[in-house]
Design a protein around this ligand. Sequence first.
Ligand SMILES: [Fe+2]
Length: 267
Amino acid sequence: MTCLWRATTLAAVLAVGIASSAFAQAPTPGAPPPPPAPKAATPAPNKDTSGVDVTLTPRTIIYMKGNGTWDTALETLQDAFKSVYAYLDNTDRVIRPANYLEGNPGRGHAVIEKDGVRWAVVNLSGMVFLQAARSPFLVVEGLLEGLKDKADLIVVDFHAEATSEKVAMGWHLDGRVLAVLGTHTHVPTADARVLPGGTAYISDVGMTGSRAGVIGVKREQVLERFRTGMPVRFETADEDPWVMACLVTSNGDGRAASIEQLLVPAR
Ligand SMILES: [Fe+2]
């Protein structure tokens, strides 16, 4: 069967998360605390780390999956995220890293049946330059054991910074899952291949967003930040958008037959 895996298509729709994850700014010392977040089910206005107003609703957070949502740079959005904790606990449309603490809101994998095939999607966070409570290499073992009779195909979205950690995860899971697809850096890598054991692998799928900016942010603002070293308000770049994805085909026994990188101008 054929599957178009579009994690980063969803990931980059709300580029506020991209800007925040890539260029975190520390809160201003002495600044007044943000207003208290509304109760659950009410959209929660807040500001991201660059001062941009953000309103989170359950629908919005689906679009943030994969980038920003789980990055530590979004600490200033804590109150906003609290408003969707209950939603995370009750949906199979959004998953968070499985190697967070078990008591954290949401879940680390989802199983969805489509045309008689049971798909499991697992999300893991790297630990190199990112914060995660538990080793993804250990946590995934328990996950795979639990999915043995519950899924026909398993796709792992490995949200990590370091290519070394991603490559290691590819080898760790080779032959045991359909695909290990790296995300987070927004920059596609040129190493898509099927590993010897039959797992499709790429270090980073990339993002769906502007290639005229700097990983999702208007380039002139990023350049000013680098040139001056001073805080700069970041805005989402919208010029020259591209869709970045991978097409993975399965040979029918849970392993991959091929992986093809897709880099397509959106207009
Ligand atoms: Fe990320």
